[in-house]
Design a binder for this molecule. Sequence first.
Ligand SMILES: CC[C@@H](C(=O)O)C(=O)SCCNC(=O)CCNC(=O)[C@H](O)C(C)(C)COP(=O)(O)OP(=O)(O)OC[C@H]1O[C@@H](n2cnc3c(N)ncnc32)[C@H](O)[C@@H]1OP(=O)(O)O
Length: 288
Amino acid sequence: MLPALLRSFGHGIRQLRKCSTLSNRDFLAQFKGGSVDLNKDVDSGIATVTINNPDRHNAMTGEMMVQLEDVVTDLECWAKGKAVVLHGAGGSLCSGGDLKTVLAIMDPVKGGRMSAHMQKTLNRLYCLPLLSVAIVQGHTLGGGAELSTACDFRVMDRNAKIGFVASRMGVTPGWGGGMRLVQLVGRNGAMDLLVSGRVLGAEESLKLNLACEVMDFKDAESGVEDTVAWLKERVRGDPAVVQAAKKVVLNGMYMHNEVLLQGERDIFTSVWGGPAHQAAASSKIKHK
Ligand SMILES: CC[C@@H](C(=O)O)C(=O)SCCNC(=O)CCNC(=O)[C@H](O)C(C)(C)COP(=O)(O)OP(=O)(O)OC[C@H]1O[C@@H](n2cnc3c(N)ncnc32)[C@H](O)[C@@H]1OP(=O)(O)O
């Protein structure tokens, strides 16, 4: 009995060591499924990023979080680029963190690793020299809503729904979306949305300054076409001038985002994996 116990204890310690020596990227890459795909159109200077896990409304697995970072790294070096459009395959932008991944990393250390990776990746997306647009279609929830705030513009389908549902999941935003939501909709708006976790429609999102434009997309596929046309009106200039204008705007934004992100991560890990989070993440909740 005792040797068996010792063996299993030793196995636990080895697993823990293995996990803590992995980089955040290698740690997250273990949670498989879906993909994040980049297509750069050199003629227009407009890239398309597809969040691709349609069977789960484009929920982000750990593997997709790693691929998103690779896509951002590629776009950071695109000297001739002007803009990037972020959209989801098959009708929803993104339903948040993949709940299978979430349930597999239910402790504050592991949740903190995901948070550090996603905060860094989305902050780099936010700071790209390219104009960025998220197409908010279908359901955009939790981490998906946070993802949309890392873009300059949110173009929203009239029938789409968006919700910062972290509080309904027993947590707080972990991908930097709390900080960016305050910057977008102000103190009162962010307080309401984050505390209630309620799901909003397009018209209300427009009033709150969360959405920049409401459009009537014919179908799931026409969203990209319509948004690219909308963007082309805005990025007629030389890529160097478009990128310079974006830098001016970033320069005018808050310069202490790193400090804000660290604070948001500390709060996030204080609730991640707690009883409310465990109960919500395993409850098959639907945010409608
Ligand atoms: C990590 C950050 C954290 C945060 O800060 O909040 C998160 O993001 S946690 C995730 C938050 N999101 C959710 O909890 C989404 C829960 N799902 C729903 O609300 C609904 O599924 C929906 C997105 C409103 C769609 O409803 P409906 O049109 O009725 O479709 P289904 O429910 O049948 O969905 C089809 C299929 O997709 C699965 N699904 C949806 N979202 C996720 C997700 N985030 N992770 C994993 N799987 C997801 C859903 O369970 C269905 O699967 P099957 O039952 O196996 O068909």
